[in-house]
Write a protein that binds this ligand. Structure first.
Ligand SMILES: *Cc1c(COP(=O)(O)O)cnc(C)c1O
Length: 377
């Protein structure tokens, strides 16, 4: 067994969730320090993290910029939406899950004009409709879409949408919260103006901040658009560029953990290596769940390897609450569904978990079904 495999030796329950996730012991250990926010070493770490994130999406400083923002992923999404749309602009939000709906909520809070194209939660967006709407509605200035809709695990075609948005001369925002670091994303080729992800998803850091990868030329255009002081994307970038510091207290420990997490990502073979492990987790999970009689909600060809929604089995003795707590008692943490119409539960494949952990989960699920007197096949 290599080092990566024995890292997860904590006695905590295994998190098969969309985040926060199980992290390595060494990521947690990296936090056992107190650095001042103006400390030279800390400023160096912030700069290193910003550069390494650009390399992960195949670009470099000058073309793109990294803006780190305190708070969870949603704060990052809100920072972008409230900072990039011009005062008289209009945001097109493409929706096929809960995180798309959340974007609408954010836009409405800030009284940002918006229009939506909504699709079923187990279908990808209709590209022709996007193209048509952009040619008809000249008020639209920006387009937003979620890459991996963590609601279901579906993967949206961000490259194809990016080409349409670019040809229509609009700005393009991609929420890659749950995919960045695990699914290769070339921000230049996808014509992305703003991409967001957070510290505690596929990079396997701990919660504390989000990061935006922004096209430099686009970022320079948004000065003065922000509707919030603390979430002002341009001002945050300007601050980081001016003195290497956050404008307000940075999550120092979370950044130390993140630096370590980036090193461990590199050691695993960067995005390709991580993708390989998560894919294996996903394949093992789905094969095992099918064998037990469970069915996935999203068609396999649209499915990613990040998280899977399983339909509640049609069995009179199945109760999700009971299923969840019996698993939880046995140290396996799964996640409730988030679908508007269909009853599902979710199992994530991300975080510091390995095929062995998935196999253990499957054995425990089998045991729990027996305890509940449920036989599906
Ligand atoms: C997790 C997630 C978010 C929100 O992140 P929080 O850290 O929970 O605020 C937003 N979008 C997607 C696609 C996510 O997976």
């Amino acid at each position: 067994m290599n080092n990566l495999l024995i890292n997860n030796t904590s006695k905590d329950k295994t998190l098969f969730t969309p985040g926060p996730l199980t992290t390595s012991r060494t990521v947690k250990q990296a936090m056992l320090r107190d650095l001042g926010s103006r400390d030279k070493e800390f400023i160096g770490i912030v700069a290193e993290i910003r550069n390494n994130l650009l390399a992960l999406c195949n670009t470099k400083k000058g073309k793109y910029e990294t803006v780190l923002m305190q708070g969870s992923g949603t704060f990052g999404v809100e920072s972008i939406i409230s900072s990039i749309v011009p005062p008289d602009g209009k945001l097109l939000i493409i929706i096929n899950g809960a995180y798309g709906h959340r974007m609408v909520k954010i836009a409405n809070y800030h009284k940002i004009k918006n229009v939506t194209l909504e699709y079923p939660e187990n279908a990808t967006p209709n590209l022709k409709e996007i193209k048509k709407l952009l040619s008809q509605d000249k008020e639209i200035t920006d387009v937003a879409v979620v890459h991996c809709e963590t609601t279901t695990g579906i993967i949206n075609p961000i490259k194809e949408i990016g080409t349409i948005v670019k040809n229509a001369k609009r700005k393009y925002f991609v929420d890659a919260m749950s995919s960045f670091g695990a699914i290769p994303i070339d921000v230049e080729k996808c014509n992305i103006d703003y991409l967001v992800s957070s510290s505690n998803k596929c990079i396997e850091g701990i919660p504390g901040f989000s990061f935006t990868i922004a096209k430099t030329s686009s970022l320079k255009e948004i000065k003065g658009y922000a509707r919030s002081l603390s979430l002002d994307l341009f001002a945050q970038w300007d601050g980081l560029e001016t003195n290497g510091q956050f404008r307000f207290t940075p999550p120092t420990h979370s950044l130390l953990a993140f630096k370590q997490a980036l090193q461990e990502l590199k050691a695993e073979g960067a995005v390709i290596g991580r993708a390989k492990r998560y894919k294996k987790n996903y394949e093992t999970l789905v094969a095992g769940m099918r064998k037990l009689g469970f069915k996935e909600y999203v068609p396999t060809k649209l499915h990613g390897y990040i998280i899977t929604s399983f339909l509640y089995p049609e069995h009179p003795k199945f109760s999700f609450e009971k299923f969840y707590s019996l698993l939880n008692e046995k140290n396996q943490v799964i996640y409730p569904g988030k679908l508007s119409k269909v009853d599902c539960f979710r199992i994530g494949n991300i975080g510091r978990i390995f095929e062995e952990d998935v196999k253990i989960l499957l054995l425990v699920i089998e045991k729990v079904l027996k305890e509940m007197e449920i036989k599906l096949i």
